[in-house]
Design a binder for this molecule. Structure first.
Ligand SMILES: Nc1ncnc2c1ncn2[C@@H]1O[C@H](COP(=O)(O)OP(=O)(O)OP(=O)(O)O)[C@@H](O)[C@H]1O
Ligand SMILES: [Mg+2]
Length: 340
């Protein structure tokens, strides 16, 4: 997988700008607040069909303008595609592949796969369950074709069930119809999430065994909210409280709950190992080498960890790396430096 170039129009602080990339190491150098993360954000939109920073299209458009677009040339399986995403205020985004409009998000995310690595990755451990669910769902939607449809179906069923729960007199028959539907789709989604967690856990521990022998094993525990299903509680709060939309997973380093007890550095290492596992899952399941986006990724890592980290990442992936100081990346070969 190769990102040849990207063109940004009215995207964030960019008015009109082209960037070309080499197939190895691209280093984006600039001081704070110049647009490094904005460029990474634009590239990652092609991978997950949304921004990782905002769900509001308007935020992506240069202040005071009405629309923005981003165009990329991507080589996948020796085939070159031009992908364009247009953002307008108060409208859904529009996606074009080789000038043909694309209706389904799943079609876009098939064309380009990137792994985003940044200090913000600790949010997977530290933030709310929804961040962890989104993380798992993003990986699964890349490797299982109908997962986006299943997730959308879950959303619809939840919406309908919620409406019934909010009615003054609850329609019990209809409620049980939606309950059965919810249980069916729930099993499908949970099984897929549990499977991917096992894959991630195995790869993380393989890499610990190989490169970080001094730390303990990492494990994940899926928390199924349905285990505590209580219809009385749902009726009391008039809310759909149990289901895949409320699930979570816990992360352990040895026997210790990472979110509750690990240090910042430990959390940072676990989240990096998770990202590397994500890359290996895409390698294995999709037979592709995703583009690796590193936004200030080494912040707070000592030199030894930096070096090992690059060893794990291997050389045959295209990397796009941001830094405020190019000297930090002295150990890389074949560098294309882009100064903003
Ligand atoms: N919609 C927008 N329109 C115009 N400017 C914007 C918009 N959104 C963000 N910006 C500005 O873009 C600038 C660059 O932000 P960015 O996050 O890319 O910086 P950075 O180079 O990654 O900096 P750092 O090194 O601090 O991480 C910021 O000054 C920000 O205020
Ligand atoms: Mg930044």
């Amino acid at each position: 997988m190769l990102l040849e170039s990207i063109y940004l129009y009215n995207f964030r602080n960019y008015i009109k700008q082209d960037f070309n990339f080499n197939k190895d190491n691209n280093v984006i150098v600039a001081l704070n607040g110049i647009g490094k993360s904005n460029l990474i954000e634009a590239i990652y939109i092609f991978s997950i069909a949304r921004s990782f920073r905002t769900s509001v299209n308007k935020d992506l458009i240069n202040f005071g303008k009405n629309d923005a677009s981003i165009i990329s040339n991507i080589i996948n399986n020796n085939k070159k595609n031009k992908i364009k995403v247009i953002f307008k205020k108060d409208e859904n985004k529009k996606v074009f592949i080789n000038d043909n409009i694309v209706k389904k998000t799943s079609e876009l995310i098939k064309e380009f796969t990137a792994i985003l690595i940044s200090p913000n990755d600790v949010s997977i451990i530290e933030y709310s369950p929804s961040v962890r669910r989104k993380y798992l769902d993003m990986i699964i939607s890349k490797i299982i074709d109908n997962y986006i449809q299943e997730s959308n179906e879950l959303k619809k069923i939840i919406e309908n069930k919620r409406k019934i729960l909010k009615e003054e007199k609850i329609n019990e028959d209809l409620l049980s119809v939606y309950q059965i539907k919810l249980e069916e789709i729930n099993v499908e989604i949970i099984n897929k999430r549990k499977k991917i967690l096992i894959d991630l856990e195995n790869i993380v521990n393989d890499n610990i065994q190989k490169f970080y022998k001094q730390i303990e094993k990492v494990s994940f525990k899926y928390i199924n909210s349905f285990d505590n299903f209580d219809i009385k509680k749902e009726k009391k709060y008039r809310e759909c409280l149990f289901g895949a939309h409320r699930d979570d997973f816990e992360i352990y380093l040895g026997n210790i709950n990472s979110k509750k007890f690990n240090s910042t550095g430990e959390k940072r290492l676990i989240s990096l190992l998770l990202k590397i596992a994500e890359k290996e899952i895409f390698n294995k399941k999709l037979s592709i080498k995703p583009v690796i986006l590193l936004d200030d990724a080494f912040l707070g890592l000592d030199d030894e960890r930096k070096d090992i980290f690059f060893k794990i990442l291997e050389n045959d992936h295209q990397k796009i790396i941001t830094t405020t100081n190019e000297k930090d990346l002295y150990f890389l070969n074949n560098i294309n430096i882009i100064k903003l």
